[in-house]
Design a protein around this ligand. Structure first.
Ligand code: NAD
Length: 729
């Protein structure tokens, strides 16, 4: 079988290798000497094709009776495909050709007339999963490191080396949809349950059990028939009307989850709709054409950029020097409230020992209860075995004294947001902690440098700013104070990574650090829009239509009206007139409304769920809003909200608060849910071009006053015709 789409000029890699044992079992072993993980790039695929052709002729000669696809890497099968071609492809035809290249090789695997087995121990993603799907059998080890997934949708594409075509044919449409549409990985157990793998084998004797599985099937001529799905499942999966129902419901869910901003999941549904009723070969063509279209989309390129930003943060150290971070095995948490309790649970989840301290007995028990309830939830969701959860919970203890603080490696201060209290607490901790212990504060709005002045060893102190709720929010700002040492920054940075979070280094102390500094003007502008007569829902709808996970006014409710007011005041004091709190935010702050936590804010809440904007809110706001609502154009609302953020971000960069435009974007995406499909706040500004951003900001300055005074960095960029990513690389 010849495939003209396989480019012959690509030099094959040395991996995978091929060995045939005495039973006639061929072991195709992936072990890329150049990389820590096996990744499919063109040269590996080229080599795989050669191997498969060798296998075919050896089979015809009777020298090979079965083939096992195996990895030489410890606990890692194949991590996916090399992503660099996706970045560079600008032509859909080229994208389609790339998909056909991979498909053609996997189709040859699929056509081998012998039993073929993917033996999956460790991570198996993307192209790795698609290779496995092309095999007759899949076996998984029971190692916790074994996870199987098709994450393509998260990068704005679809599995297009046969994955979108083969997965639903193997496990049924309904079981395939969540994997294809969310890109989430599944455990071996789940894979077994849906029929993605035949067996889950003990990791300790994986090789032996795989071998014996294969030996039992040496003389098998054809694939066994499919599994035993129930009647209703089969009706929905395997009949045209059933599939129509399933796909149309899935489409509705996708639209409500993504607001239609992400083309890939919708395209996947199109491919399933058109492909499932047709032969595999035709479905593969449809799949490849869809890949070509998606790969050139701006959304795909932006999602890939965001993926790269995350990767870079994950591989970074937070410092330029080579300093070794302190290894952290145990931490102390002072203040067992909302944040302290959450931080304690997160640390224990990642197997650190945690000692909490508070001044209120009730707070300590509350903190422990909070940690327990989060572990309970993890058990209920099947993320953690009961025994594991119990063991981890035991790592947390708490009390009213500093017992245990003498031996911890790092302390997080999370007491009330008051400078004097924090300075006292930090001094107390420093007096008891070991010499090299790293001290951190979780403050949102107070000066890290002012706290450091209270300390004997300010070099060991920095900010570690978690967001609320700790277990959900991926960002942690690592704040370097004037005196903070590289070792302290590197230690906090490494710990953030160990806790599974995304660190962004804030290079110097400043009001609101990075995220809250940019969010402040945005929330305030939402208030000014109300002052101009906009409806609460109109403001929030415009922000959501732009792609924000929640509108700014809902966000004020969510953060807490009291907290938002306090933060707003701090920013105003520090940054001056452009942050003058808008009258509606001042007015609501003067009431006893607290937002969601109090059951009432701009919105009404029932048991924590928002039940629509409170129709009485305009009376409550009194003179701060006009007597009648006016309809303000959605584009106008969106422009005002986005431009104030861009303008503030320009200032943040100019002041050296963070190192690069990429840091701003990563921070805003991870800290506020700024829509990833836009690539980030400043990526979006670059797409508009700083010249346009400046022109529109100036128009608003004319119309609305000095809070839209353009940042000097924005002017400079516009005049020099440069982009943010160019000027702040
Ligand atoms: P909280 O009121 O829920 O908890 C604070 C805890 O500190 C209380 O249990 C209190 O008893 C305790 N405390 C007060 N004085 C103390 C002392 N001298 N020694 C020991 N414990 C003391 O507050 P929170 O929301 O958890 O906030 C804590 C810190 O985290 C603040 O600095 C806040 O700015 C910051 N933060 C809060 C959020 C948020 O959304 N809640 C987000 C990020 C950062």
């Amino acid at each position: 079988m010849e495939h003209p789409i396989v480019p012959e000029e690509i030099q094959p890699a040395s991996s995978p290798s091929l060995e045939v044992d005495e039973h006639g079992i061929a072991w195709v072993v992936f072990d890329d000497p150049e990389r820590s993980q096996n990744v499919f790039d063109e040269s590996v695929l080229r080599r795989l094709l050669d191997v498969v052709r060798e296998l075919r002729s050896a089979t015809e000669e009777g020298a090979v009776r079965a083939a096992v696809f195996w990895s030489g890497k410890e606990r890692a099968f194949v991590a996916g495909a090399d992503l660099s071609p996706i970045e560079s492809v600008e032509d859909p035809v080229e994208g389609e050709r790339g998909a056909r290249f991979g498909q053609s090789i996997f189709s040859e695997v699929n056509a081998l007339p012998i039993p073929t087995v993917a033996a999956i121990d460790g991570i198996c993603l993307g192209g790795g999963t698609e290779l496995a799907l092309a095999c007759r059998y899949r076996l998984a080890s029971d190692s916790p490191a074994t996870e199987i997934g098709l994450p393509e949708v998260q990068l704005g594409i679809l599995p297009s080396w046969g994955g979108t075509t083969r997965l639903p044919r193997l496990v049924g449409l309904q079981a395939a949809l969540p994997m294809l549409l969310t890109g989430k990985r599944i455990s071996p157990k789940k894979a077994r349950r849906i029929g993605l793998v035949e067996e889950v084998l003990p990791v300790e004797i994986f090789r032996e059990t795989v071998e014996s599985f294969v030996r039992d099937r040496l003389d098998e001529k054809s694939a066994p028939s499919g599994g035993d799905r129930g009647l209703l499942t089969r009706l929905l999966d395997d009949t045209a009307p059933g599939r129509r129902i399933v796909l149309s419901q899935a489409r509705k869910r996708v639209l409500s989850r993504t607001g239609g901003h992400y083309p890939a999941p919708l395209k996947i549904l199109d491919v399933l709709q058109a492909g499932l009723a047709r032969p595999v070969e035709r479905s593969l063509e449809i799949e490849a054409a869809a890949a070509g279209e998606l790969i050139v989309s701006t959304v795909c390129k932006n999602l890939l950029r965001v993926f790269r930003l995350r990767e870079a943060a994950r591989k970074g150290t937070g410092v330029e020097s080579e300093v070794e971070p302190r290894s952290v095995e145990s931490i102390g948490v002072v203040g067992a409230g909302t944040m302290g309790g959450g931080i304690a649970q997160l640390a224990a989840y990642h197997d650190l020992r945690v000692r909490m301290k508070d001044i209120e007995h009730g707070a300590v028990t509350g903190g422990l209860r909070h940690a327990r309830s989060l572990f309970e939830k993890a058990v209920r969701r099947g993320k953690l075995a009961r025994r594991e959860a119990d063991r981890k919970l035991e790592l947390v203890s708490g009390g009213l004294d500093y017992g245990g603080f003498g031996t911890v490696d790092l302390v997080v201060e999370a007491v009330a947001e008051k400078m004097e209290v924090k300075r006292t607490v930090l001094r107390e901790v420093e007096a008891r902690a070991a010499e090299g212990c790293v001290l951190t504060t979780n403050t949102s709005s107070l000066s890290v440098d002012e706290m450091a002045e209270a300390l004997e060893r300010p070099e060991n102190f920095g900010g570690m700013h978690f967001f609320n709720p700790v277990h959900k929010m991926p960002l942690v700002e690592v704040v370097r104070g004037r005196e903070t040492s590289d070792r302290t920054v590197a230690t906090i940075y490494a710990l953030v990574l160990e806790l599974g979070k995304v660190p962004v280094v804030v290079r110097k102390d400043g009001p609101g650090f990075l995220v809250n500094r940019i969010l402040g003007p945005y929330l305030n502008e939402a208030g000014w829009l109300l002052a101009d007569g906009a409806r609460v829902e109109d403001v929030d709808d415009a922000a959501e239509a732009f792609g924000m996970p929640m509108g700014p006014i809902r966000l004020v409710d969510e953060v807490g009206i009291d907290v938002a007011r306090h933060a707003g005041r701090t920013l105003h004091e520090a940054l001056g007139d452009r942050l003058e709190p808008s009258p509606p935010l001042v007015a609501v702050g003067d009431t006893d409304r607290l937002g969601r936590k109090g059951g009432l804010g701009f919105y009404r809440y029932d048991d924590g769920d928002a039940k629509g904007a409170d129709p009485e809110i305009y009376d409550v706001l009194g003179d701060a809003v006009p007597a009648e609502r006016t309809s303000i154009d959605q584009r106008e609302i969106r422009s005002r909200l986005v431009l104030v953020m861009m303008n503030e971000a320009a200032r943040v960069l100019d002041e050296g608060i963070v190192a690069s435009a990429a840091d701003v974007d990563l921070g805003m995406i991870m800290g506020t849910g700024f829509p990833p499909f836009r690539g980030g706040l400043l990526r979006f500004a670059d797409e508009l071009h700083p010249r346009t951003v400046l022109d529109r900001t100036e128009e608003y300055r004319e119309k609305l006053g000095t809070r839209f005074e353009p940042a000097s960095a924005l002017r400079r960029l516009a005049e020099a015709d440069r982009e943010f990513y160019e000027a702040f690389p």
